[in-house]
Design a protein around this ligand. Structure first.
Ligand SMILES: [Zn+2]
Ligand SMILES: [Zn+2]
Length: 341
């Protein structure tokens, strides 16, 4: 089968690999339709040394988002309805189900979370616990966003968002634009999106953002005081991956506000953050990342989100290097690779 793999710094290549085979009873073989290019892979694409050493152990390095069709399944998976022809999407990590966290319903914190096969492959074999069945109304293109939807649902939960909260989203990224929709559904008073690109701000506006700010030409602090009546934001989601935004966000928080961040920022980087700022406000700094336990909720909510505006480019497998380069610019919320549409 054909697959796209990392071939060197800023280089992806098309290779021939043997097709993966079903081994376990819960295994599901999937003919991949589309694979996503996630900004989280950019440090590996650039071959940043510290991130690559870490990522090689815990990341599928050539794609972790996909949609596709079941072609074959083990006995247990068949029993749960993963019959050939079923349209699926899922989550690229398999939790162990046995560790202390898994048995406490916190599979996102699993001590033995393992990356599955990379999704830029014509066929993959994943475990049924990693999959959702797609509603007919959701296209294969939209379904690639299953992973960031679960991630964003987890972000809303971690931030303990309440009805009437004022919410700021930094980054018109895919998680940023999904968080915008979830915050609106969850009864936010106002939602502001900050992004330097006009195209991303336009998408945010179409999706219901109350305000869209260009950080390169507008004063976010002044705008915050004005629209929140000097209170600041109850919740700020930082999804841009720009380390400096953490310290700016801390200044924009309301008292007892929550600054939730969903990025790694590099393994050895420290934000210029004043702890006194958080102390005086009794504000919280909360990270959010992996969220396999959100798959059942993702399956229910995926058809209720507006996802097609987030998919801004689709490339062939041969054009994967260009797709990654485009992703690196941060200009496009989401880029897909067409595998077997
Ligand atoms: Zn991702
Ligand atoms: Zn576990």
């Amino acid at each position: 089968m054909k697959a796209v793999r990392l071939a060197g710094a800023r280089k992806m290549e098309l290779v021939e690999e043997p097709e993966p085979q079903i081994c376990g009873s819960g295994d599901v073989k999937i003919r991949v339709a589309y694979s996503g290019v996630c900004p989280d892979e950019m440090p590996f694409f650039r071959r940043d040394a510290d991130m690559l050493a870490w990522g090689s152990v815990i990341f599928p390095l050539a794609g972790h988002e996909m949609s596709g069709t079941v072609t074959e399944a083990g006995d247990a998976a068949l029993k749960y309805g993963f019959t050939p022809g079923t349209r699926v999407s899922g989550y690229a990590w398999k939790h162990c189900g046995q560790c202390d966290y898994c048995r406490s319903g916190k599979e996102n914190l699993c001590m033995h979370l393992k990356p599955s096969q990379s999704t830029m492959s014509e066929y993959i074999v994943w475990d049924m616990s990693q999959l959702i069945k797609l509603p007919d109304t959701v296209s294969f293109e939209e379904a690639v966003l299953t992973d960031p939807i679960g991630f964003s649902l987890h972000g809303i939960t971690r931030a303990n968002m309440q009805l009437g909260d004022n919410v700021l989203i930094i980054g018109g990224t895919v998680p940023g634009l999904i968080l915008l929709q979830l915050a609106k559904m969850n009864g936010a008073n106002i939602v502001t999106v900050v992004d330097p690109y006009l195209t991303n701000r336009k998408i945010a506006q179409e999706l219901g953002a109350d305000y869209c700010i260009d950080p390169t030409s507008e004063n976010i602090a002044f705008h915050t005081l004005k629209v929140t009546h000097n209170l600041g934001y109850n919740i700020i989601f930082e999804t841009s991956g720009m380390l400096d935004m953490i310290s700016i966000a801390a200044m924009l928080l309301a008292k007892q506000g929550v600054l939730a961040y969903g990025c790694v920022y590099g393994l050895n980087k420290q934000p210029p953050l004043k702890l006194s700022e958080l102390f005086i406000k009794e504000a919280s700094l909360i990270p959010f990342h992996m969220a396999p336990y959100m798959l059942p909720r993702t399956e229910k909510i995926i058809g209720k989100l507006s996802l097609s505006p987030l998919i801004t480019k689709i490339y062939s497998m041969e054009e994967a290097t260009q797709a990654y380069m485009d992703c690196e610019t941060g200009r496009y919320p989401h880029i897909l690779i067409r595998i077997n549409p």
